[in-house]
Design a protein around this ligand. Structure first.
Ligand code: SF4
Length: 347
């Protein structure tokens, strides 16, 4: 590590000593760390904010203050207490891990990351966080906050998720042998309060001089997000058939996109513009030189507009004539409402 980077751990730890958040599951300086509380908080925080977890944590530890108490808890009570904190599988794993700790480890956590990984519900992050924070083991702890801080410190330009191995290696390179738990918590606090996602407060940051992202002038550009994949493009034609001031509407088939909704008739939607294929009635159709564009979740749709006038056409069962003047009250889905607006502009 170069001299600039090598000063990161000491700078961060100094900052942490002065600015650490006071959290109910965190031991105060000089207090013994309680592994049960560290573990519980880390699991609770995986899908919920600190503000939401605070009261829930207090209630939980008042009710089940130890591994033994949690291991003996009624499953239904635990599930009810977990409501609103994310996946219930996490709560089930809490109980399973507490039972394992009581049955196989004399009521205390094993003290290494590797041994913790063998407990129910312990993924890489939870094992590293508990090993570092509760037992001071040198473990590399990378949560979303740390990921952001490290990507900025090292100006890692590979987009996520491909950047994760590089971010982890960079985090490893600055994790100190001593006080790894405080270092991890310091990085989390820095990410939460200073190196925030949208507008990092670099002027308050203890690592500004070491930060390659800050040096670029646009640290908020890191971590780089992968460009969204272009959606497939599909095409169709909307058929605007008018008779005596009314336009033909159809009821779309119950299955499929916009199923069962009132709509302007279209042919099939396909990979190439279908022209006049699928017209609802024989008529003197004219394709207009306009296109209605609409983005669905999984594809973009370009619809050409074809117009015709007719007389004496009997609508089929799922069709009806609707007065053009009151088309706004037909409840058309957005894509067809856009087509109606286009027609109104052209009339
Ligand atoms: Fe984050 Fe700015 Fe600090 Fe770099 S200098 S770590 S971008 S807050």
């Amino acid at each position: 590590m170069d001299a600039k980077r090598s000063s990161i751990p000491a700078r961060l730890l100094d900052w942490y000593d002065a600015h650490r958040r006071d959290l109910p599951w965190r031991a105060k300086p000089g207090e013994a760390v309680e592994p049960y509380r560290v573990w519980l908080s880390e699991v609770m925080l995986q899908q919920t904010t600190v503000a939401a977890v605070r009261p829930r944590f207090a209630t939980w530890v008042a009710r089940w203050p130890t591994f033994a108490a949690l291991a003996a808890a009624d499953d239904a009570d635990v599930m009810a207490a977990w409501a609103g904190l994310g996946y219930y599988a996490r709560a089930r794993n809490l109980v399973a891990a507490a039972k394992t700790v009581v049955a196989d480890h004399d009521g205390a956590f094993p003290r290494t990351e590797a041994a913790l990984r063998k407990l129910p519900g312990f993924g890489a992050y939870t094992a590293a966080a508990v090993a570092a924070i509760a037992f001071g083991e040198r473990a590399v702890v990378v949560d979303a906050n740390v990921e952001r801080v490290v990507a900025r410190l090292f100006a890692i330009s590979v987009p996520l998720p491909g950047a994760r191995p590089a971010i982890r290696a960079a985090a490893d390179s600055i994790t100190p042998d001593a006080r790894a738990g405080d270092f991890a918590q310091g990085m989390m606090d820095l990410g939460s309060g200073v190196c925030t996602p949208r507008a990092p407060k670099c002027l308050l940051c203890p690592l500004r001089a070491q930060c390659a992202g800050f040096a670029t002038g646009a640290p908020e550009a890191f971590p780089v997000k992968a460009a969204r994949k272009a959606k497939p493009q599909r095409y169709g034609t909307i058929f605007w058939l008018e008779q005596d001031g009314a336009v033909l509407l159809v009821r779309r088939p119950p299955e499929g996109l916009l199923g069962g909704m009132r709509a302007l008739p279209t042919g099939a939607w396909s990979d190439a513009p279908p022209g006049l294929e699928g017209a609802p009635a024989p008529a003197d159709w004219r394709l207009l030189d306009v296109c209605v564009r609409h983005g669905f979740t999984h594809f973009d749709l370009d619809l050409a507009l074809a117009v015709a006038h007719t007389q004496g056409h009997q609508p089929a069962d799922a069709s009806e004539w609707w007065p053009v003047e009151s088309l706004a009250s037909a409840g058309l889905p957005t894509v067809f409402a856009k087509a109606a607006e286009t027609m109104e502009r052209l009339r």
